[in-house]
Design a protein around this ligand. Structure first.
Ligand code: NAP
Length: 312
């Protein structure tokens, strides 16, 4: 009899039998509540909240191996109090997410989605010198709010586009600065000077709602906001209003406050490119995320330290 573990059912096809050796797996579909029982590990998707109530129901739990780099769906403090380790899946999704941020930057700067809709609807009337004019990125300023793994990867991709880079981070990143010419700046300068502002901080109390009516007012009316981090960094009503009133150039979003519900005003707002939380959605990244999550479980059950601990 193996160790009883709960693993998100949606990960089943990404995992090989040898990765699951020694585990007695209960596959847990996303639409089912977390059960109680003598499970020693849970591998949740980011859409599953694992808080004090869930942890109480799982008294034998040793690890929450989140299948995401963000871990705002786990009550880390409650886990720490109960001696439950929490792990995430950093690095393997950095390039995929940075690529997607760039897909959004380019799509917004060049009205890619509006152009696609025009052609597909059969309403395109021919080449026009003023049709769907966008902005050139060369010489413009990319502001990175957060310059961790993904923020820096987005910044490195900006170099061949000829963009100037500003970043806001708690700690300076001298190597990143040397490699890209990026300059560390306060958020107020980032808001004032960015032509493209891209968010790459985790959702924590200090960052929630950081893009709100007040900070939006400080941005250039032509600026593009990109969010591939977490939806609740942005006050969606205020963002929709800024777009409706022409006080912001555009928004490219992959994440939302109340997924999969998207604020109706945001869905209707002009100059938006809205994606369904697919930042890490490459076959390579998703396979490696599942593999690391389960490898963390195996390590903890062996009595080894986890590979990628959030803490503990
Ligand atoms: P990371 O390497 O930990 O970088 C996080 C950055 O945020 C660092 O620059 C860090 O600054 C900064 N930061 C942390 N706490 C902060 C705070 N309280 N105030 C201001 N800055 C703070 O994380 P990552 O791997 O780049 O991932 C970033 C986020 O992207 C994740 O948390 C996740 O929510 C999101 N994500 C989304 C997708 C998607 O599918 N759309 C995919 C992957 C990740 P210091 O280093 O100076 O502390």
């Amino acid at each position: 009899m193996g160790h009883r573990v709960l693993i998100a059912a949606e990960l089943q096809r990404l995992l090989e039998a040898d990765q699951l050796a020694g585990l007695d797996v209960t596959w847990l579909p996303a639409d089912q509540p977390t059960p109680s029982g003598d499970y020693v590990a849970i591998v949740p998707l980011l859409s599953r909240w694992v808080g004090g109530t869930e942890l109480k129901r799982l008294p034998k739990l040793k690890i929450v191996a989140n299948c995401a780099v963000g871990h705002d769906n786990v009550d880390v403090v409650a886990a720490e109090i109960r001696g439950v380790k929490v792990t995430n899946t950093p690095d393997v999704l950095t390039d995929a997410t940075a690529d997607l941020a760039w897909a959004l930057i380019l799509a917004c700067a060049r009205q890619v989605v509006a152009g696609c809709e025009l052609v597909k609807s059969g309403t395109w009337t021919g080449w026009d010198p003023e049709l769907l004019l966008g902005i050139e990125l060369r010489g413009r300023t990319l502001g990175l709010f957060g310059a961790g793994r993904i923020g820096q990867a987005v910044g490195r991709r900006a170099v061949p586009f000829g963009m100037r880079i500003l970043y806001t981070a708690r700690n300076p990143r001298p190597e990143f600065e040397r490699a890209t010419g990026a300059v560390r700046a306060e958020l107020s300068r980032l808001l004032r000077e960015s032509d493209v502002l891209s968010l790459h901080v985790p959702s924590v109390p200090e960052t929630k709602g950081i893009i709100n009516a007040d900070t939006l007012r400080q941005m250039k009316p032509s600026a593009i906001l990109i969010n591939t981090a977490r939806g609740d960094l942005v006050r969606e009503e205020a963002l929709a209003q800024a777009l409706e009133q022409g006080r912001l150039g555009g928004a490219g979003l992959d994440v939302y406050t109340d997924e999969p519900t998207v604020h109706p005003r945001l869905r209707a707002a002009p100059r938006t490119v809205l994606l369904p939380h697919i930042g890490s959605a490459t076959a390579e990244a998703r396979r490696q995320m599942a593999a690391i999550a389960v490898a963390n479980v195996q390590a903890v059950l062996r009595g080894d330290p986890p590979l990628t601990a959030v803490f503990g």
